[in-house]
Write a protein that binds this ligand. Structure first.
Ligand SMILES: [Zn+2]
Length: 84
């Protein structure tokens, strides 16, 4: 789980947190990593979804504290899925 959490932090920081993430809307594959699956399930896959469902403002970088909150949420989802 520690490795997954590290990947999760990396994905959020590099693919979602920048003010204008590269490839926004297509940066999260539908499969290939447990974190990707969780991101789609939790509407944390792109800035559109984050804006629509989580009221994260567009066009500005996501602060570290908020990134951490997203990571915690995704990890909780992944842990719950794995416990089923
Ligand atoms: Zn999305």
């Amino acid at each position: 789980m520690a490795a997954i959490r590290r990947h999760c932090e990396d994905f959020i920081r590099t693919r979602l947190a920048p003010a204008n993430p590269p490839n926004d809307g297509k940066q999260t594959p539908m499969r290939g990593h447990p974190v990707f699956i969780a991101q789609h399930a939790c509407a944390c896959c792109c800035r559109d979804c984050l804006a629509k469902w989580w009221k994260v403002p567009r066009g500005v970088a996501i602060p570290a504290e908020r990134q951490q909150g997203i990571v915690e949420f995704l990890m909780a989802w992944i842990e719950r899925e794995n416990a089923l």
